[in-house]
Design a protein around this ligand. Sequence first.
Ligand code: FES
Length: 139
Amino acid sequence: MGGRNPFLGTPDVPPPTQPYRLVIVAADGREHTIDVDPARVPCSGHGRPGSILDIALAHGVAIDHACGGVCACATCHVLVRTGGGSCNPPSDEEEDQLDEAPGLTPHSRLACQCVPSGAADVRAEVPAWNRNAVREGHG
Ligand code: FES
């Protein structure tokens, strides 16, 4: 995977066009509610602009992102419980990474690749097993 552009061959994903509410159950198990204003989508520099990871990190919400948000791990695995239909479909590269992710479900997405359009509110949860791992790893 070294040196490979993970976004090669995948179309750009437009950032949100409408305000929406993003609820994230983060790696620390806490629930965070973020009102996303498309006119002021923050940029953390991690993941696709406007992705769940990008917005979470810009608001100080913890989601693992070992590869820095370039679709090369799967540590940013989240379960998009609601609003998944308002997000970009996963690319082949995202599907490939998710295939390697433990605990894969029909709601699984990579937070660094999943960009809500704003057409619906979104709830994304770090999987419970991963939250537990974070707690064990960091006290
Ligand atoms: S942070 Fe590595 S795939 Fe999302």
